[in-house]
Design a protein around this ligand. Sequence first.
Ligand code: 13P
Length: 303
Amino acid sequence: MPLVSGKALLAHAHQNQYAIGAFNFANMENLQAVIEAAEELQSPVIIQITEKSIEYAGLDYLYALGRCAGENAKVPVALHLDHGKKWESVIRCLRYGWTSVMMDASHKPFEENIALTRKIVEFAREVNVSVESELGFIGGKEGDITPEGNIYTEVDEAVEFVRRTNTDALAIAVGTAHGIYKGEVNIDFNRIKEIKAQTDIPLVLHGSSGVPDEMIKRAVLSGINKVNFDTEIKLASLEALKAFLDQHPYEYDIRKIYKPARQAMKEKIKEKIKLLSSEGKNWITAYDSPDKHDVSLLTGGFN
Ligand code: 13P
């Protein structure tokens, strides 16, 4: 089926108190691992790319891969831009046919974050694409910004932000950080519950690698509906590649080298999906009709 709007997926997760896994991809094997894992567990899934992946692979290749994955998958798939910090990247993804985008202006002052997010929401509405935004500051290394630490999302600011931007989903800073944790993870579950109760929209958890399984489950029960995983999937791939090359130091057939890496990523992704209660939710929704998703409807953006 065609790629599904992130809105449809997250709205269902929000209403039914579960979360959808969002997995970053930068190449074919990585993407196939995500789709195979989701299909085996009959779970909807979000595939996502970053601005760094655009620099690495180019938008054409990433879109072709993402669309092919969605069209061939036996589960609903949304194609998402993760941490769109540049206005131009977000607009380009909207124009290309991404079905979900993140306008991440969380590093900017509150009013500027609101203004940029609201503008993107207006454009995205024209093509029925879902918008995720971020409020607060999620630490760790992501994109080109390496913040010192977290600045937790304030509940009253979240309420005002959602009301004034009309964002479809909100990424909140509640104690997680991107990349590998140096110390213990502490998640402020009450803050998640409070933000959920007051905003009543899908909430997103970033920096989920290295977070103990029980904490992920509790975060979902507290109101998280999209959980982003990247580092642990990359590490699973790397370990499998190293192990294979240790055993076969003279192998040069890239297909043989990548096969166990793809399998290792798939197993890790399945472990993560099982924490989110999205397993078996392979409902085939009345996904957005292609005409509603005609990117030529998008009239502005660059001016
Ligand atoms: P991890 O790399 O910690 O899994 O975080 C991924 C993420 O939040 C992408 O936006």
